[in-house]
Structures are given as C-alpha cells and as structure tokens.
Design a protein around this ligand. Structure first.
Ligand code: F6P
Length: 319
C-alpha cells in the first residue's frame, strides 16, 4: 500500500483530531502518503480530498472537534453514492481508508468493504456505544464535561435546596449517564437499559430530605426521553422545588482529556498497521487495555452492553 485516506463521520467527538494525527504520522513513518477526506462520506462522494503532510496535523492533538470536519450523509447509503466514492478514491490511487466515527460510520465502512474496498473503522463517539471496545474516543472527555457541569449545578442546588434533573446525551446508550451518576453521587440514574420505578425515586428523595440533604441530583439519559418531562413528574410527586438542565452539545466539545488523546493515538496507529498488514473490513478497539481488532460484520451484528454491575453499584451507593 502506497496511499491511504482518512475521514471522520457522524457526530464529532473530542480526540478525533488526535486519531487523525496518529493515522497521518504512523503512515508517513512507514513511507506511505496520506489523504484527508473532508466532511465525511459527503466529501468522499464529491472528491473533497487533500494530501496531508506531517505539518498538516501539527498543533491539533489538544483540540476538540475534527480538522477534517464531519457530516451525516444520506447519499452514501445508496449504491450510486458508494460507487462514486470508490471512483474518487481510485482516481487518486488511494488504496485503503480509515473511517473514524460511530456505528453509522461503521455501516459506511462496511459498504465500502463489501464493494472490495479495504477499510478499517476507529470508534469515535461520546456515546461509548460501540461493541468491540471498552471505550470509544471522546467518551472520557464528555464524561468530564458532564461532571464539571454537575459540580457547578450542585453548588446552586445546595444554596436553594433544590432537586435538579440533568439530561445527558448518549443516544440509546446509558453509559454517559451511568458513569456521570456514579462519579457524582447522583440520587438516581435513569437509563434506557434499566426500568425505573418512580415511587422508589420519590421515596429516595424524601428519605434524603428527611436526613437533612440540601440538594438532590437525578441524571436522565436522553435515550429515556425528555429531562424536562421527567422533572415535571418529580416536582408533581414530591412537591420539592425542581429544576432541569439539558446539557446538550457542550458535551461534544472541548479539549480532549489525556485518556482520550492516548486512546485516539493508539487506535489511529493500529488502524494503519492493519491496513499495512493487508487487513480489510475490521474495527479497532481496546479491551482490558490491550489493542484488539474485530470483523466489522460481527461488530455490527451485536449491541453494546452496559455494565450491569456498575449500575447495581450505583443503586447501592445512593440509598
Ligand atoms: O452520537 C453522538 C451524539 O451526540 C448523541 O449523543 C446525540 O444523540 C446525537 O449525537 C446528536 O446528534 P446531532 O449533533 O446531529 O444533533
């Protein structure tokens, strides 16, 4: 292989830049040319592709977002879109592609592989919902952003003796909510993977109130529904003054944590290694701190599983 490409697709996540940097530097280290595809699969179809040099990825390791920009592309789901994309890659002689993103991006990578074009998927999403890896790039940073926000909310919640409902992202996965709840000692964590019992939540709030607690924090994962609706139900049931904060897209921005930078560097470099070994249709990941890879078809057949033990622990600690 003499030329490879790299793109980011779907929702951005902090650490994507560090992954791009790793792909570019690892490839150049091995004497291979690297091309950046702009705006994900949209740029692949339109041919928005530029050669990247060592310096092109300087000064980005600490920056959030993605220097290659990203998009969600409907056209790429069609046969015509996929064929156009491969034509663009062939025109420049790019022989393999690293796709950084979530499960939608993996589906795009899978389609290219099915058409005989070698691709490797790198898990980049704040949701931590990709099978085949313990952590996705961006999850740790988003989690720390949430913790920072909840610590601030806690100050004002205590002053006013209020209950706060905080809605966090995660799409259909409860990982961000669960980890944030455990890290912040939330009273209740409401996630799509587990049924909740409103009576139990209310009893817990009342118990805390009687014990002299000055505030309560309830974290609701967006996959369960609206945090605003949830807060209304809590206020109605407890008659306690309740406020709601929807954290929204601030969870996707910011400088990546050291953990995400290191993870992204390791996974980006591993993806290049796999292409050079002649692998195709694989995804990279980290399991028990070891770099691993899996068949993309297998990964797309299974669902990410939330850590039930951690959930049980969060229940036990918030009595
Ligand atoms: O997948 C990342 C994510 O931030 C999810 O947590 C959220 O549901 C979704 O993307 C929001 O997407 P958009 O930025 O397109 O509104």
């Amino acid at each position: 292989m003499k030329k490879i490409g790299v793109l980011t697709s779907g929702g951005d996540s902090p650490g994507m830049n560090a992954a791009i940097r790793a792909v570019v530097r690892k490839a150049i280290f091995h004497g291979i040319e690297v091309y950046g595809v702009y705006a994900g699969f949209t740029g692949l179809i339109s041919g928005d592709i530029k050669k990247l040099e060592i310096g092109s990825v300087g000064d980005i390791i600490h920056r959030g977002g993605t220097m290659l920009h990203t998009a969600r592309c409907e056209e790429f789901k069609t046969e015509a879109g996929q064929k156009k994309a491969i034509e663009q890659l062939n025109k420049i002689g790019i022989e393999g592609l690293v796709v950084i993103g979530g499960d939608g991006s993996y589906r795009g990578a899978q389609k290219l592989t099915e058409r005989g074009y070698p691709t490797i998927g790198v898990p980049g999403t704040i949701d931590n919902d990709i099978p085949g890896t313990d952590f996705t790039i961006g999850f740790d940073t988003a989690l720390n952003t949430i913790i920072d926000a909840i610590d601030k909310i806690r100050d004002t919640a205590t002053s006013h003796e209020r209950t706060y409902v905080v809605e966090v992202m995660g799409r259909d996965a409860g990982d961000l909510a669960l980890w944030a709840g455990l890290a912040d000692g939330a009273e209740s964590i409401i996630i799509p993977e587990e049924q909740y019992d409103m009576d139990q939540i209310v009893r817990r709030l009342e118990r805390g109130h009687k014990r002299g607690k000055k505030h309560s924090i309830i974290i609701v994962a967006e996959g369960v529904g609206s945090g605003i609706d949830f807060a209304n139900k809590i206020q109605e049931a407890t008659q306690m003054e309740t406020r709601v904060t929807v954290l929204g897209h601030i969870q996707r921005g910011g400088s990546p944590t050291a953990f995400d930078r290191v993870l992204a560097s390791r996974l980006g470099a591993k993806a290049v290694e796999l292409l050079l070994e002649g692998q195709a249709g694989k995804t990279v990941g980290i399991e028990s701190n070891k770099l691993v890879y899996h068949d993309i078809n297998e990964i797309l057949k299974v669902r990410h599983i939330l850590d039930k033990e951690m959930y049980n622990l969060s229940q036990e600690l918030s009595i």
